[in-house]
Design a binder for this molecule. Structure first.
Ligand code: HEC
Length: 133
């Protein structure tokens, strides 16, 4: 009996914490919040005309939802299962971490990383259903 009460308390606490975290973030908009991040970090590599071997274009919501070689990059409501998020980690399930490092003409590598706050925006957008909003 005691244990059961403890568990439901923990669940309630998690729910309350989850709700307030959601409120802080507010609704994430694809157009206003997510797309500017894509534009800055992922284009022009993932533009329609760039012939990316992954076949994934990120220049519009519709193109994103068409997916690439490995299928739909987002699983609505499940950021951790979304390829788009997995590819932004240091050890993606296939290929190289995104944004892909660019080799400069002098041979050095320009390793870029997506800022943690931008990754949080992408995760929140997927968490909220990956809508065209
Ligand atoms: C410098 C070019 C470049 C940049 C910048 C870049 N990518 Fe990529 N991306 C690639 C290439 C090349 C591949 C295919 C090889 C691989 O999977 O590693 C790829 C593959 C992917 C895939 C796998 C798609 C599939 O179905 O196979 C995803 C998802 C992805 N990129 C997301 C992103 C996101 C999100 C960003 C921006 C934060 C980004 N990429 C930035 C070049 C780039």
């Amino acid at each position: 009996m005691r244990a059961a009460a403890g568990i439901s308390l923990a669940v309630a606490a998690a729910l309350i914490m989850g709700a307030s975290a959601q409120e802080e973030k507010g609704t994430v908009s694809f157009k206003n919040d997510v797309f500017p991040i894509i534009k800055q970090n992922c284009l022009p590599c993932h533009a329609e005309e760039s012939f990316n071997p992954s076949e994934l274009s990120l220049d519009t919501y519709a193109a994103l939802m068409e997916g690439g070689k490995h299928g739909l990059p987002v699983v609505a409501g499940k950021p951790s299962e979304s390829i788009m998020v997995q590819k932004l980690s240091k050890k993606p399930p296939f290929g190289d971490p995104m944004p892909l490092a660019k080799k400069k003409p002098d041979g050095t590598v320009d390793q870029r990383e997506i800022p943690a706050k931008d990754l949080a925006v992408i995760r929140a957008w997927i968490d909220q259903g990956a809508k065209d909003n």
